[in-house]
Design a protein. Structure first.
Length: 117
């Protein structure tokens, strides 16, 4: 499975972005997806999780009620809608697929999100 994240960019505080994650392979629809981010000088952190059929989601407290994870299994696509962005959301965002062992074995290359004040 290969993942390609896109949709990052420069946005002002309070703005919105939608990240996309394109997956290859037929196993996408059977794998939960996670979103992570890494800010400069910081460790990578969990952002959001969505199960294989899209009916269950979890979010980090820092993004809850502002970010929404979704997926379209027919298109092999995952999405992260980010609203009311703040400077603290500036980071490289990664999508990843979770294997049955609960580890994230497949990662996209990351897309930069920069929020200006």
């Amino acid at each position: 499975v290969q993942l390609q994240a896109s949709g990052g960019g420069l946005v002002q505080t309070g703005g919105s972005l939608r990240l996309s994650c394109a997956a290859s392979g037929r196993t996408f629809r059977s794998m939960p997806m996670g979103w992570f981010r890494q800010a400069p000088g910081k460790e990578r952190e969990f952002v959001a999780w969505i199960n294989d059929n899209g009916f269950r989601r979890n979010y980090a407290d820092a993004v809850k009620y502002r970010f929404t994870a979704s997926r379209d299994n027919a298109k092999n696509m995952g999405y992260l809608q980010m609203n009311n962005l703040t400077v603290e959301d500036t980071a490289v965002y990664f999508c990843a697929l979770q294997s049955p062992s609960k580890s994230y074995n497949y990662w996209g290359q990351g897309t930069q999100v920069t929020v200006s004040s």
